[in-house]
Design a protein around this ligand. Structure first.
Ligand SMILES: [Zn+2]
Length: 342
């Protein structure tokens, strides 16, 4: 048994399509997340659903365009998840900016009608930037300081001296100001709709980190798993999704069965083969293969089954590729006759 190695290949145009698809999925998911969060915010569920939306969008394109590059696909899903979160936050930033624009715009209009000076859009944008930075450090800019910033003139301090005009802050400083202000606003957590818990700036920052981690983990997990599926490079097609299942042995013989399957040793497997093991604990061999050709190696999983009630807890003992003739001999060792389940 050898591990399955994805080739890294894809259909022509597959990667640009994947990148574009992930971008669109991330922007849409982030926007929907922002809108829904206005009414209700489910802490763990929403980030996971958002991550799943991006992950499944990526997985659909990966399957369609036959992209066998798990690391690349996982990396794009990671970027998509980060973009989803940034879109959600970014819309909040833009909305607050628009609200400031309206308020400070009124101030600018009043100044213009009083003095007949023209301030222009640049003065307004610079003032809004200054306000974001000030709010981030916990200050509330007042009217005199705002007008001074609008007109880019020195303004009087309380002690009568003049302060230099505030230069326009760089974009990262503005975004940091917004994030610090938004975090300081805190978060309200609903406890089953009965009571509410408020968390402060630090708690909100930690919650954001948790949200990002969940989104990334779910999106990358789904997309990576899809791109890691076995593929026949000869027929240029995915292996069939449906598994053929053979009962191998009792659970107590699983180590010997595992060693036999790993080595491709049919004689050793015949020694532990048992077509009717304890139905609560047993070992199965799962087969997937190319739907078209017979020559490609088989993708097999050796699985430990533990049945309790109606639930079968399955765990992989091993998975990988086995050559067709070797696999046929292994299955022949399980007879008479290989019982089929599933
Ligand atoms: Zn094939």
């Amino acid at each position: 048994m050898n591990p399955y190695q994805p080739s890294g290949g894809s259909e022509p145009g597959g990667l640009p399509l994947l990148a574009g698809g992930v971008l669109i999925a991330a922007l849409c998911t982030g926007a929907v997340l922002h809108i829904v969060s206005q009414w209700i915010n489910l802490l763990v569920v929403f980030p996971m659903v958002a991550g799943a939306a991006v992950g499944f969008a990526a997985a659909a394109i990966v399957k369609m365009r036959k992209i066998r590059a798990p690391l690349l696909v996982g990396g794009l899903a990671l970027v998509g998840a980060l973009l989803t979160w940034s879109t959600d936050m970014g819309i909040g930033y833009v909305r607050m900016r628009m609200a400031f624009s309206e308020e400070i715009g009124k101030l600018a209009e009043a100044y213009e009608s009083n003095t007949e000076d023209k301030l222009g859009a640049d003065a307004l944008a610079r003032t809004i930037d200054v306000v974001f930075v000030a709010l981030g450090s916990g200050e509330e800019p007042d009217g005199a300081a705002l007008v001074a910033t609008l007109t880019n003139e020195p303004f009087p301090r309380e002690d009568g001296t003049l302060a230099d005009p505030v230069p326009r802050p760089a974009f990262p400083a503005v975004v940091t100001g917004y994030l610090r202000f938004a975090a300081a606003e805190g978060t309200t957590i609903q406890n089953n709709g009965r009571s509410e818990t408020r968390v402060g700036a630090t708690g909100t920052g930690l919650l954001w980190g948790l949200e990002v981690l969940l989104m990334v983990a779910v999106a990358v997990g789904i997309a990576f798993a899809r791109a890691s599926q076995p593929f026949c490079e000869h027929c240029r097609d995915w292996y069939g999704d449906k598994e053929q299942i053979f009962v191998v042995s009792a659970d107590t013989d699983r180590k010997a069965a595992l060693e036999a399957v790993r080595q491709g040793d049919a004689a050793a497997l015949a020694l532990v083969a048992n077509p009717n093991p304890d139905p609560k604990k047993f070992v199965t061999l799962h087969l997937r293969k190319c739907p078209t050709c017979a020559a490609s190696p088989r993708y097999v999983r050796l699985v430990r089954n533990k049945v309790s009630g109606r639930k079968n807890n399955q765990s992989n003992l091993a998975k990988g590729m086995v050559d067709g003739p070797v696999f046929d001999k292994l299955v022949a060792a399980l007879t008479p006759p290989p019982s089929l389940r599933g």
